[in-house]
Design a protein around this ligand. Structure first.
Ligand SMILES: Cc1cc2nc3c(=O)[nH]c(=O)nc-3n(C[C@H](O)[C@H](O)[C@H](O)COP(=O)(O)OP(=O)(O)OC[C@H]3O[C@@H](n4cnc5c(N)ncnc54)[C@H](O)[C@@H]3O)c2cc1C
Length: 563
């Protein structure tokens, strides 16, 4: 019998709510479900919300009765915010989070590099925003719980999942004992220690780095702005690195690397934690400032992925599919991109808009993304925690040269999470004008936002299906294009025709007209009247035309749905 803890998790600033378990005896008998999602972390909940947006119901299982312990992921990127906007929670994060765009690298007490990420007026969201993972989970859960298509089941632990003909049979344990679920598809979003992954004997590929870091969240009043602080080779922790991040509610995250040979148990002893945090505070000039511990843990950097995410009708996503180092804010941020991709691919298969092989495309695209991140994250990890004498020598040379030489300083800037471009996707159109474009996002690229008017952005209007964004002139939408859109929509394909116009009047034939008085879309997307972009449901570009025509539009949509 599964007995999840009913004791609220400890925290000095967050009040954990303990939810009631879902019990089979109190609910109607189970019929076959379309989708069961195992795990109510960021990946599972965003997948559930994305599926619901496409009209697909699901059961969302959480083994626990409360949100995850400790702050865990704290930095969310602009692209994550754009995805979270799609599922209706971004406003809660901007209301409560701390936006930022600068990072400082400090060596021997000297600021040797300052990263300033540009913040374009065309972007609704800051490059980064800090908020603790419990809040993110709370906002996502509120959205799930109020969505009638999502059946949230707390205290339901999946103990066995088996592929059967046309679906999956799952055994679930609860505080009153087990019950069985059958489903067309099962999403394994059960985190880094995925029991589904290990029970299926699936092996992650990649590397694990030996360096261990302590994460400590402390409450302290420090007069710094919200900017990342990275200290290299400090006096109190020679050869190692320390990161500091401001979080809401007066909390600071201090990450520090352990000297080789020290065990996590030793490092997490209260005296050891106190001694090191005091040393860090002394180094930055705040010796004796009172602080209080909220949560601490250890982690090591891993760059691992499954080579395939789809195994018959079981699909892996988020940490269950890959483990990425947190330098460059990759864990949860990548999980959102996985979930957004999975949501529409799976919905399209279930609703008959695309054949089942579309799921293979999801796997190929997301494994490609994970491998790209692994390559990039490997570089940052090697800089933050050099794994061998050679890497350390190189890193130390950069550190010492940076005190006097300007040219080496940008080497401090490790790449942060960015969305993968599906430039080789099978869904990209072979019959568009991509190659003739002189700018704008190319095939496979994520979208670029555009500020149309005050508090009105392009991405506020995209999503839920394919979006054809057409630059209209005074003649409106050509009849043959409007007709092609209508016949593509006829079998139920979610396709929206959005006209962009510099005039305020509605364009005939378009489902939506966006007023772009300064023609910013045309500038950012390098396209004139009569041209168009086709956005996939995850907003990546799959076709673009300098002059759209009905035949090529129809063909491109068939390609994008693998028809
Ligand atoms: C100590 C720590 C610190 C971290 N710090 C950062 C950071 O600073 N920045 C960053 O980007 N990332 C960080 N991460 C990683 C980040 O938290 C994850 O990448 C992110 O949570 C992944 O989301 P997920 O939904 O895939 O998995 P998880 O958040 O792990 O969610 C998995 C869910 O599945 C549930 N579950 C597990 N097994 C079962 C089962 N059998 N049946 C039902 N439910 C089940 C769990 O209860 C949980 O709700 C950290 C992680 C840890 C552990």
């Amino acid at each position: 019998m599964h007995t999840p803890s009913t004791q609220p998790r400890p925290s000095i600033y967050y009040k954990y709510q303990v939810f009631k378990p879902w019990l089979a005896s109190q609910n109607a008998p189970q019929s076959k479900h379309k989708v069961v999602i195992v795990g109510a972390g960021p990946a599972g909940m965003v997948t559930a919300l994305e599926l619901a947006r496409h009209g697909v119901p699901c059961v969302l299982l959480s083994a626990d009765l409360q949100f995850s312990q400790g702050s865990r992921a704290i930095v969310f990127t602009r692209r994550s915010m754009e995805i979270l906007q799609q599922v209706g929670v971004a406003h809660r994060i901007t209301e409560n989070g701390l936006p930022w765009r600068c990072g400082n690298s400090i060596y021997r007490g000297q600021k040797v590099f300052r990263m300033e990420t540009p913040h374009d007026p065309d972007d609704r969201f800051f490059p980064m925003i800090n908020i603790q993972q419990q809040y993110l989970e709370e906002y996502l859960h509120d959205a799930c719980a109020s969505n009638p298509l999502i059946d949230v089941r707390w205290g339901n632990k999946l103990v066995k999942a088996v592929n059967i003909e046309d679906g999956v049979s799952a055994e679930i344990d609860t505080p009153e004992g087990p019950y069985t679920l059958t489903t067309d598809w099962l999403v394994a979003a059960d985190g880094g220690r995925s029991e589904i992954r290990s029970s299926m004997n699936l092996k992650l590929e990649g590397a694990s780095f030996e360096s261990i870091f302590v994460i400590a969240d402390i409450r302290i009043d420090l007069p710094y702005p919200t900017e990342r602080l990275a200290f290299f080779d400090p006096d109190w922790n020679r050869g190692n690195t320390i990161l500091m991040h401001r979080e809401p509610h007066g909390i600071w995250r201090v990450d520090y690397q352990l000297p080789p040979g020290e065990t996590p148990e030793e490092a997490l002893r209260p005296e050891s934690l106190k001694q090191r945090i005091d040393a860090q505070l002394k180094m930055i000039g705040f010796e004796g400032t009172p602080w209080e511990m909220d949560w601490n843990s250890v982690y090591s950097a891993r760059t691992l992925t499954l080579p395939e995410y789809v195994h018959q009708r079981i699909v892996f996503t988020g940490d269950a599919a890959h483990l990425l180092p947190i330098f460059g804010v990759r864990g949860a941020n990548t999980a959102f991109q996985d979930a957004q991709s999975l949501g529409w691919h799976l919905a399209f298969v279930l609703q008959g808009h695309a054949p089942e092989k579309l799921m293979q495309n999801h796997s190929t695209e997301r494994v490609g993304a994970a491998r790209e991140i692994i390559t990039e994250a490997g570089k940052s990890t090697r800089f933050m925690a050099p794994p061998s004498r050679g890497f350390r020598l190189l890193r130390d040379a950069v550190l010492s040269l940076s005190l006097t030489q300007e040219f080496v300083r940008p080497l401090y800037h490790w790449r942060t999470s960015r969305p993968h471009e599906y430039s080789r996707s099978l869904l990209n159109s072979p019959c568009d004008d991509n190659r003739q474009f002189k700018g704008g996002p190319a095939l496979g690229a994520p979208p670029q936002n555009v500020q149309l008017q005050t508090d009105n952005y392009l991405l506020d209007h995209l999503g839920g299906g394919f979006d054809l964004v057409y630059v209209a002139d005074s003649k409106g939408i050509p009849k043959d294009i409007a007709q092609a859109v209508a016949s593509l929509q006829a079998p139920g394909l979610p396709l929206k025709l959005i006209a962009i116009s510099s005039h305020a009047t509605a364009i005939e034939g378009a489902h939506v007209t966006l007023h772009d008085p300064h023609m910013r879309f045309q500038a950012r997307y390098a396209v004139q009247a009569g041209g168009a972009y086709l956005f996939r449901p995850d907003q990546h570009i799959c076709a673009r035309w300098l002059q759209l025509d009905a035949a090529r539009l129809t063909q491109s949509l068939q390609v994008a749905c693998m028809r």
